[in-house]
Design a binder for this molecule. Structure first.
Ligand SMILES: O=C(O)C1=C[C@@H](OP(=O)(O)O)[C@@H](O)[C@H](O)C1
Ligand SMILES: C=C(OP(=O)(O)O)C(=O)O
Length: 449
C-alpha cells in the first residue's frame, strides 16, 4: 500500500438491516506497544490477536531494523525476540512508518533513549504531522535532532545520547503519544522519568510497561482527579511476556454506529476493549439514546472486554463535553455521522487535536457532511451537527485525504443515506482495519469497491 498507487474509491448504499456478529481487529495502540516492548525486553514475547494493519506492520519492520527478531506464526500470532533496554543497534536504512503517527512517535522515544542514529519518514500524510511535540522533550533528555523537515516534521534524523537524562515533563498537549515517547526514552535513563498530564490519556503504555516488569507509579492529580502524574523508574530489566490483544474499540466504532443508525439492525460486536480511557464514544452514543448492551464482561490480556449488542435506535442530539475528547479522540468522525442521523443538535466541543491527525479531521468531516447535505457548522474548535432524525441526503463524494477514519465514517453514512455515498480512496483503511469491507458486508452492508 502506498500513497503513490491510484486511488481506490468505494461506494456505500443503503439496503437491508445489518444483522450478525463480528470481531473487530486487534487494538492498534496495544499492537504497536506489544512489538515495541517486545523489542526492549529480554527473551521471546508471544503476541496473539495482533492487528495486521499497515501501521503496525511498519512498527514491526522498524523493530526488526533496530535489532529484534520477528516471526509471524499465523493470523495475528507473532513472536518478538528482544534486545533488552540499552541493546538497540543502528538501523541500516530509513525507518518508514507510512501513515502511522503512533508508530513513528513512540519509536522516536525508543531511539531517543539509546546511543543510536535513525532516520524517520512516512507518507504524505505523516509528513504533514507535527513532531515538535515529541522532539521538544527528547531534546531535554539529551537527544540531537540531526536533520528535520521544516517545522519539525519527517523526514527527520535523531541521535540518542550516550545516556539519556531523566526529566519531569508537563505535557502541553493531551497526547498518549507524547506521554509514551517520553516514558519509552526514560526506560534507558538512570533515575525516574515523570510525565504530568492535565487530562488522562489512554494508559496502554503504563499498563504494558508494568506487565513487562517496569516500576511505574501513577497518581491522579488536578481538579476532579482528571490529570495524571506517571513516574517510571529507569533502566529496568524488561522480561518478555505473552500479550493477548483485545478488539479495538476505535474499529468497533464503525459497526456500532452503523448498527444504531441502519433501521432494523441488530449486531453483536465481540471482545471489545472496555478500558475507560477508550469508551467515550459508547458513553456518548448511550446518552444519545443508543441501545448498546454490554454482555459477557470478562478480563482478557489485562483489560476488561465485553461483547456489545447494538440495536437500531432513535438517536437525539447531545452536547459532548471537551473533557471527553481524550477518551474518544479517533471516534469523532463516526460520531458526526451518528449526529447526522439524530434528531436535534449535537455539539462536539474542544476538537483542536483533530486538526493534526492523518488529515485535518475537523475540516474533512465538515466537508464530507456538506457534500452529503448534512446541516452543520464549525465554530472555532467545535463541530455542531443538526439532524432531523431522518436519513441524511447523501449522494456526495468525500475526500479522504489519506485518512482511514474519514473513509470508514462516511461509508457508514452511506449505509443509511437516501443516495449512495462515495469515498474517493479507501486504500488507507488497511492501516487500521484491513477486513473492514468484508466485515461490514458480512453484516449486510452494501459496499462496492
Ligand atoms: O497512543 C496511541 O496509541 C494513540 C494516541 C492518540 O493520538 P494522540 O496521542 O496524538 O492524541 C490517537 O489518536 C492515536 O490513534 C493512537
Ligand atoms: C490518529 C490515528 O492514528 P495515528 O496517530 O497512529 O496515525 C488514528 O488511528 O485515528
Amino acid at each position: 500500500m502506498s500513497h503513490d498507487s491510484p486511488p481506490s474509491p468505494i461506494t456505500a448504499q443503503a439496503g437491508t438491516a445489518l444483522k450478525g456478529r463480528l470481531r473487530p481487529p486487534g487494538d492498534k495502540s496495544i499492537s504497536h506497544r506489544a512489538i515495541i516492548l517486545g523489542l526492549l525486553s529480554l527473551g521471546e514475547t508471544r503476541i496473539e490477536g495482533l492487528l495486521e494493519g499497515d501501521d503496525v506492520l511498519r512498527t514491526a519492520a522498524a523493530a526488526k531494523a533496530l535489532g529484534a527478531g520477528i516471526d509471524r506464526d499465523g493470523d495475528g500470532r507473532w513472536r518478538v525476540r528482544g534486545v533488552g533496554v540499552g541493546g538497540l543497534s543502528d538501523p541500516a536504512g530509513v525507518l518508514d512508518f507510512g501513515n502511522a503517527g503512533t508508530g513513528s512517535r513512540l519509536m522516536m522515544g525508543v531511539v531517543g533513549g539509546h546511543p543510536v542514529t535513525a532516520t524517520f519518514d512516512g507518507d504524505a500524510s505523516l509528513r504533514k504531522r507535527p513532531m515538535r511535540r515529541i522532539l521538544d522533550p527528547l531534546v531535554e533528555m539529551g537527544v540531537s535532532v540531526v536533520e528535520q523537515a521544516e517545522g519539525g516534521r519527517v523526514p527527520l534524523t535523531l541521535r540518542g545520547p550516550r545516556e539519556a537524562v531523566p526529566i519531569t515533563y508537563e505535557s502541553p498537549v493531551a497526547s498518549a503519544q507524547v506521554k509514551s515517547a517520553v516514558l519509552l526514552a526514560g526506560l534507558n535513563a538512570p533515575g525516574v522519568t515523570t510525565v504530568v498530564e492535565a487530562a488522562a490519556t489512554r494508559d496502554h503504555t503504563e499498563r504494558m510497561l508494568r506487565l513487562f516488569g517496569a516500576t511505574v507509579e501513577v497518581e491522579a492529580i488536578g481538579p476532579g482527579g482528571h490529570g495524571r502524574r506517571i513516574a517510571l523508574t529507569g533502566q529496568p530489566t524488561l522480561t518478555a511476556t505473552d500479550v493477548v490483544v483485545p478488539a479495538d474499540p476505535s474499529s468497533a466504532a464503525f459497526a456500532m454506529v452503523a448498527g444504531l443508525i441502519v433501521p432494523g439492525s441488530e449486531v453483536v460486536i465481540e471482545g471489545v476493549m472496555m478500558n475507560p480511557l477508550r469508551t467515550g464514544l459508547m458513553t456518548t452514543l448511550v446518552e444519545m439514546g443508543g441501545d448498546i448492551e454490554r454482555l459477557n464482561e470478562r478480563e482478557e490480556g489485562g483489560e476488561t472486554v465485553a461483547d456489545l449488542r447494538v440495536r437500531h435506535s432513535r438517536l437525539k442530539g447531545v452536547a459532548v463535553p471537551p473533557e471527553r475528547a481524550p477518551a474518544m479522540i479517533d471516534e469523532y468522525p463516526v460520531l458526526a455521522v451518528a449526529a447526522a442521523c439524530a434528531e436535534g443538535t449535537t455539539r462536539m466541543q474542544g476538537l483542536h487535536e483533530l486538526r493534526v491527525k492523518e488529515s485535518d479531521r475537523l475540516a474533512a468531516v465538515a466537508a464530507g457532511l456538506k457534500a452529503n447535505g448534512v446541516s452543520h457548522v464549525v465554530e472555532g474548535d467545535d463541530l455542531i451537527v443538526h439532524g432531523d432524525g431522518g436519513a441524511p441526503q447523501g449522494g456526495g463524494t468525500v475526500e479522504t485525504h489519506l485518512d482511514h477514519r474519514i473513509a470508514m465514517a462516511f461509508l457508514v453514512l452511506g449505509m443509511v443515506a437516501r443516495a449512495p455515498v462515495t469515498v474517493d480512496d479507501g486504500a488507507m483503511i488497511a492501516t487500521s482495519y484491513p477486513a473492514f469491507l468484508a466485515d461490514m458486508r458480512a453484516l449486510g452492508a452494501g459496499l462496492a469497491a
